[in-house]
Every structure is written in structure tokens, then in C-alpha cells.
Design a protein around this ligand. Structure first.
Ligand code: PEP
Ligand code: MG
Length: 312
């Protein structure tokens, strides 16, 4: 029955009672973006730019980057595209942004922090995004990965605004989540990366299957942080998305909406199941599900309590 509903759902994202939630796809290249655009999405909520350059020994030129980004923007038509600046390091190493051997790469010079050593890398990328954006019909937003403190958001926002780009940041560290309101003083939106936010909140490697129970996106400790960020978004009147794996789980997506998240970005294959599930429940049910998940003792009881609310 649910599979039939998924197949029938044609967007746009909204609950049964009409509360709008953007449903977007995560993409990494033009081919995948063209496929994702076949789904009923309003755009791409996370474009992982670094994945195009994993095999590059040297930095691609601004023109090359402009062409690569332009092809993804073209796939979005007049939709929204959230371009993430290079998230180099740790699980996504780039030869041209190699920071040498570090004892703890996940806690090292990665993501936006690479700009401490190589500021021109970010400058070139933003030049390319700005050029690609000007040549496209898409609504382009740009966001930085691995932000820990509000001053990093401020510096990134300044680089974007001088180029006419709309800046945001990912919320992937507990500090950024706890200070989300101060982060949002500087940027126009935030998007929660639940994969890294789990890793850093529970101090458990996201790649470790053995510790998978701790990085489970249903952990109430993670959801408390998501709620804090959503409240900051409401107070500042700015959008709060989720673009980590949590957004790909239809029941958890309803919980995120109940917590106050305004957009969900997930793998293209999850777009229909997520959109259809959301369309089958009211905002009130989502809010009730969110309260149940926050109050649960552990992920298993959170799943159970939420299923009971959503199926009621
Ligand atoms: C995340 O950390 O949740 C995220 C969306 O980014 P990535 O998985 O690319 O680190
Ligand atoms: Mg991440």
C-alpha cells in the first residue's frame, strides 16, 4: 500500500493538511543530477562538489569548475541548488587539498578549515560557482561544511556576499548546533548534516559499523540538537534543512518536520517514499511524533513510538 502511495506521489512536499516542506535530492555530478531531476523534487539540497574531484592530482581551473557546476545547475532547471563548497579531508580526501598526516583526520584540517592553509582554494571555487550561477536559471545557494563557531560562518558569508552569492552553513558539530542562532546572524540558512553531527555528538566514527548503534539518527541526543537548531531558525525567520541520511528515512523525516525543519534533502531513491509518507500525515501528527521521539529512551523505542503516532 505504501509502495503504491510512493509511486503516486508527485510533489511538491507537504503534509496532508498542507504544511509545505521542500523535498530535495542530494547529488554529486551532472549525470546523477539529471536522474534526480526526474523525481518530484523542488531542486537539490546538497550538491557534494568534492566528489567530482577525488581523482584529481591538482586543483581544477576556475573555468573547469564553472563547467562542472554549470552542468549540475542546468539539470535543476529553475529549481533550487545548494552547492556545498569542497568538503575535503577525512572520509573524502582530495590530493590538491592534502593536509598531510594527522592523528585524527575527522578532527583535523578538513572541510572549511582547509581554507586556513589554502584560502585561494575557496576563493577560486566561489568565483566558479558565481560564474556558473550567473549563466543558469537555478536559484543557487552556497554552504560551507564543517563549521564549528559563528566567526567561521561570518567569514564564509563575507566571501559569498562579495560575489553576490547567498551564504549558508552546514550544522555538523555540536558547537554549531548549540550556537545556531548566532551562526544564523551571519548566514541566510543552515542545513543540518546528520551524518557528521552524529559522529561528533556521540564521539563515534561514522564509518564504524560496530558503533552504529551510537550514530543511529534516531538517537534522542541527536534529535535534541536538531530541535535546538529548528528553534533558532524560527526565532531568526531563516530556513533550516536536513541533508544527512536522517532525511532519507520516511518516519524520521516526519519527526524532523515535527521538530521544525523546513526542508529535507536525501538520496534521489528516497525522495518518493519520504514525500509520500509526509503527505499521509498531518503537521500535528509530525509534532506529536517529534515529542515521542525526543522522550524515548533509545532509538528502538523512538521508532516504535513514532510508528504508533504516524499510523494512528
Ligand atoms: C552529513 O555530514 O550529514 C552530510 C550531509 O555531509 P557528508 O555526508 O557529505 O559528510
Ligand atoms: Mg558532513
Amino acid at each position: 500500500e505504501r509502495r503504491a502511495a510512493s509511486a503516486a506521489w508527485e510533489g511538491p512536499g507537504r503534509t496532508a493538511d498542507g504544511h509545505a516542506v521542500q523535498v530535495l535530492a542530494n547529488v554529486q555530478d551532472a549525470k546523477g543530477a539529471e536522474r534526480a531531476a526526474q523525481e518530484p523534487v523542488e531542486g537539490f539540497g546538497l550538491y557534494r562538489t568534492e566528489l567530482s574531484f577525488l581523482d584529481r592530482p591538482s586543483e581544477p581551473t576556475v573555468q573547469e569548475q564553472t563547467d562542472v557546476y554549470g552542468a549540475v545547475l542546468a539539470a535543476a532547471g529553475s529549481g533550487k541548488v545548494v552547492v556545498r563548497t569542497l568538503d575535503a579531508g577525512s572520509d573524502k580526501p582530495l590530493a590538491f587539498a592534502d593536509m598531510g598526516t594527522e592523528a585524527n583526520p575527522a578532527l583535523g584540517v578538513r572541510g572549511l578549515r582547509v581554507g586556513r592553509r589554502l584560502p585561494e582554494l575557496l576563493a577560486h571555487q566561489l568565483d566558479a560557482v558565481a560564474a556558473a550561477s550567473q549563466a543558469s536559471e537555478a536559484t543557487v545557494w552556497v554552504m560551507a561544511p564543517m563549521v564549528s563557531v559563528p566567526s567561521e560562518a561570518a567569514a564564509f558569508a563575507a566571501e559569498c556576499r562579495t560575489r553576490g552569492l547567498t551564504p549558508g552553513v552546514m550544522i555538523e558539530t555540536p558547537s554549531a548546533a548549540l550556537l545556531a542562532e548566532r551562526v544564523l546572524e551571519h548566514v541566510d540558512f543552515v542545513s543540518i548534516g546528520t551524518n557528521d553531527l552524529s559522529q561528533y555528538t556521540f564521539a563515534a566514527d561514522r564509518m564504524s559499523a560496530e558503533l552504529g548503534d551510537l550514530t543511529d539518527p534516531w538517537q534522542p541526543g541527536l534529535l535534541v540538537l536538531v530541535e535546538a537548531v529548528a528553534r533558532a531558525g524560527e526565532r531568526t525567520g531563516k530556513p533550516v534543512g536536513v541533508c544527512g541520511e536522517a532525511a532519507a528515512d520516511p518516519a524520521l523525516a516526519c519527526v524532523l518536520v515535527g521538530l521544525g525543519v523546513t526542508s529535507l534533502s536525501c538520496a534521489a531513491s528516497a525522495v518518493r517514499p519520504v514525500g509520500a509518507r509526509l503527505a499521509s500525515v498531518t503537521l500535528e501528527q509530525c509534532q506529536q511524533a517529534a515529542r515521542a521521539a525526543l522522550a524515548a529512551a533509545d532509538p528502538a523505542s523512538a521508532r516504535e513510538a513514532v510508528a504508533a503516532v504516524l499510523d494512528a
